[in-house]
Design a protein around this ligand. Structure first.
Ligand SMILES: Nc1ncnc2c1ncn2[C@@H]1O[C@H](COP(=O)(O)OP(=O)(O)OP(=O)(O)O)[C@@H](O)[C@H]1O
Ligand SMILES: [Mg+2]
Length: 278
């Protein structure tokens, strides 16, 4: 299989944009002077609904369990799902001076999300580009994060304005890509890998979600979405295998019930957690 040619992608970008420097963008966001963030890591995928928010939640929970100070910036401005997972439905963030105090989960994860701003979290967010960008900037710059070891950015699906701005304006150190066995290797995961390469952001590796499930009766491994493609992906794009997550109805139920943090079994994707830790 052909190797992924990062250099070729870069020269494509250069041809289009006429430059190739790191994080080139209109503006670099600066965190406020009451906060300090050591590492910013993004969670992306080539398409929606594959488990970005789940992986963000697992990483946040496991890093917190290991004693790190963790924040989540829910950059899925129009489709936020992090507060609900962490049992913060119906909560609102407060202002302090002209800054925002993030919500905090029971386990101590600091969270900022549109759902914590809206009067009614079930209202649709009908914002256009400038407002989306304004929200993203405020979430990063105006949140009183305090001292954070790892700020995880849960990305919106696709390669739209917000995703590009996250890459250009936030000091993203690397991204974790989430895939599913349904993804056509070259097309869907390729999009995510190429987006990262175009933005000059390192890919930390790929987590395959919904890889298999265990029959509750006989324990046999079933592959409802077909066989795993993770080995192929790793070979094709020269990225690290960060683990496979099974389909588990209890996980979906815990996300809905807001009990995710306390019910998450340990050691689901240890390689992913260790890779983010660096
Ligand atoms: N391994 C799994 N087992 C059971 N349910 C899962 C699993 N992974 C994800 N889900 C469920 O599938 C839905 C989509 O997952 P999630 O919200 O994490 O995807 P996403 O990539 O963030 O979606 P979006 O692109 O809309 O932001 C959620 O309801 C989640 O609870
Ligand atoms: Mg999501």
């Amino acid at each position: 299989m052909a190797e992924f040619d990062e250099e070729a992608v870069r020269s494509d970008v250069e041809a289009v944009f006429g430059h190739r420097s790191k994080h080139e963008g209109p503006e670099k966001y600066q965190v406020n002077d009451k906060s300090s963030i050591k590492h910013v890591v993004g969670v992306i995928s080539g398409k929606g609904g594959v488990g970005k928010s789940l992986v963000t939640g697992i990483l946040a929970t496991e890093l917190t369990r290991k004693g790190h100070k963790v924040g989540i910036l829910d950059a899925d401005i129009t489709g936020p799902s992090i507060p609900k997972m962490f049992g913060l439905s119906g909560q609102h963030v407060l202002g302090q001076d002209d800054k925002i105090v993030p919500a905090e989960s029971k386990g101590g994860v600091k969270i900022i999300s549109t759902n914590l701003i809206l009067q009614n979290e079930n209202d649709p967010v009908l914002w256009r580009g400038p407002m989306l960008m304004g929200a993203l900037k405020q979430f990063y710059e105006d949140t009183l994060w305090g001292d954070i070891d790892y700020l995880l950015v849960d990305m919106p699906p696709g390669t739209g304005d917000v995703a590009l701005t996250v890459f250009q304006s936030l000091p993203i150190e690397g991204v974790v890509i989430v895939s599913s066995p349904q993804d056509l290797v070259q097309v869907i995961v390729g999009k995510a890998v190429k987006m990262a390469a175009m933005m000059d952001v390192p890919v930390l590796g790929v987590v395959e979600n919904m890889s298999y499930m265990e029959c509750p009766d006989c324990g046999k491994r079933l592959e409802p979405f077909g066989p795993s493609h993770l080995d192929e992906i790793v070979g094709e794009f020269n990225v690290r295998d960060l683990g496979r997550i099974p389909i588990d109805p209890r996980v979906a139920a815990a996300c809905d019930a807001g009990t995710f943090e306390s019910e998450l079994p340990s050691g689901l994707i240890p390689d992913a957690v260790e890779t983010v830790e660096g």
